[in-house]
Structures are given as structure tokens and as C-alpha cells.
Design a protein around this ligand. Sequence first.
Ligand code: ADP
Ligand code: MG
Length: 325
Amino acid sequence: MTALTIQGISKSFEGVQALQATDLVIASGKFTTLLGPSGCGKTTLLRMIAGLETPDQGELRIANDILYSSKQRKNVPPHRRGFGMVFQEFALWPHLTVFENVAFSLRASGQKKDIKARVLTALEQVRLQGMEQRYPHQLSGGQQQRVAFARAIVMQPRLILFDEPLSALDAILRDEMRTELMNLVQQLGVTALYVTHDQTEAMAMSDEIIVMQSGSILQRGTPEQIYQQPSHPFVARFIGHSNWIDNGHQMVRPEHIRWYSNHSPDEHIHTGMIKQVSYMGDRYEILLDMGEERLWTAYQDERMTVGESVTIYISAHHVHTLNPV
Ligand code: ADP
Ligand code: MG
């Protein structure tokens, strides 16, 4: 597949602007994530790409292949776009077997040949061989989600759209399914566009993250770029703990707050009081009260006492400066 190009696509519902005019190119063969809080327009954008929602204006295309154009009054229906889709609610047909759930989209698109072989291959790819004759209610949550994956890949799509596919699962299963989903996408070599409000999930899975807020894109970049060089205070606050020092647009991450001086002349030195201690298993997270500000730090060794006074050190090269907005 060549890149998916989004040009000037916008959408409002009853006067509420769900998505501002947006330009975006989604790279082929990559795992790209739309990340942002609930209500910022992620699902609206994904559904417009799928063809399930009509944009107010703009153009969508794959290479020179136009999927939607307001100017040319062109709108390719969802089943002709060649995309797979996985939703949060799995959306399986309860009265159909696993086999028939996966075969459904093949039959609906008029395919008659090789249905059995293609369904069995898809089920094997998600490790559900032998489960063909079961019904959804006879499967665990993780197995149901794998049926939804099989249904998305059986058409051999050029792009798979995922809308918060793991958020209905409990924490342990979510971690397992995250690994499975990443493996599957990698094995198939398919382009993935993934929606989540979960920063950890986005960081763990993506080649590239697109951060959204209130219907707009704020920043795009690799997980490292988004975490280390946020371009906007909202991005810095939304991903990980951010500490704001001095004039409010200088930011430092917890792991760069040192408890011992490295005796370099560029160190900022602060004193404060331990306000809160949280044991996270692999580290203690400590909230410091610095008078004006509060700072999160990651401290590795032993439990410290709330109320204790401490001195901390921050090297100038770990301070990230954001442009004031
Ligand atoms: P997200 O997926 O990021 O949580 P959505 O794309 O679902 O956000 O919603 C963006 C905004 O558009 C929200 O304010 C939401 O209430 C509104 N919205 C989404 N779909 C509809 C709809 N069908 N009718 C009216 N408002 C909608
Ligand atoms: Mg949504």
C-alpha cells in the first residue's frame, strides 16, 4: 500500500466541530496511533477514513486512488475501500459461529471462491484453529477479540483500522492481547492505524504517535520524540509525568531529577519536602513539594519518609524548553 493522504478533512455534528480541517499522511507499513483524551475526535477521523461517516469537506486518497472528495463529489463505500476494522465492542454476530462471523465480510463483498480456506487461514493466524463451530458466548473475551482480528484480516486489507480494541479487556489480558496484536500486524506486514486514549498503550505499540486535542492535531512523532521533545504543554502533560520549573515552559521528566550532585556547573539545585511516596514495584515515585511547584521524581532504592526535607539536582541539558503558547 502507498500512503493514506488526508487533506482538509473536517466534520461537525449539529454545530459542534468534532474535527477541525486536518491534513495528515499515514505512512505505509507502519503502526500509527491517534492518541488523545475522550471526545477529541479520534473515532470521528477513523470512521471517515473507513467510510462509515461522511466528512463535511476535504479529500481522502491512497496514492492517486480517491476514496472521498467533496470537490469531485466522490465517496467510495466502506466495503470498496479494502480496509479492515476492529472495534472496542468486538461487534461479533451472536447467532453466527466463529466460522460464519469471519466468513461474513467475504460473503457480503460477493466473494464465492476459497471462502473455507481463507477463513481457516485467518483463524490459524489468530491461533483459533479448532474453534470454528463455537458461538461467541462460548469464547473468552480474548478469544472473541481474536475473532474480531480474524474478521479484519480475512479480506487481506491494505490498512487495518483499530478503535480502542483492547479497552474492554481487563489489565492482564490487555497486556497479552497487546503483544498478540503487535505480532499479528508485524507478521502480516499490514499498515495499522490505531486509536487509543491510553498513553502507555500508544507508547508501547506505535512507530508513530499523533496527539490530538479538541478536534486538532497537536504533534506527531515517534514515541521518543513525543516524550522527550513535546512541542505543546498539553502533550507534555498527557504523556508521562511532567515537571515544570521556573517560568512554566521549562519541563523536566521525573527520571532526570537527581538526588545526588554530579558536580557539574550547569546544575539547577532545588530544595523541597517529600509530600507523597508511591511504591510502583520497580521504583518509588515521589511527589516533592517545592513551595511554588510540585515535582514528580522516580527514586529507585528505598522508601523515604513523608515530610523529610530533600535537595535535588537537575542538569540543564535535561531541561526541555517549550515555546510559550
Ligand atoms: P473520541 O473518539 O476521541 O472520544 P469522537 O470522535 O467520538 O471522540 O467525538 C468527537 C466529538 O464529536 C465529541 O464531542 C462527540 O460528542 C461528538 N460526536 C461524535 N459523534 C457524534 C454524533 N454521531 N452525533 C453528535 N455528536 C457526535
Ligand atoms: Mg472514540
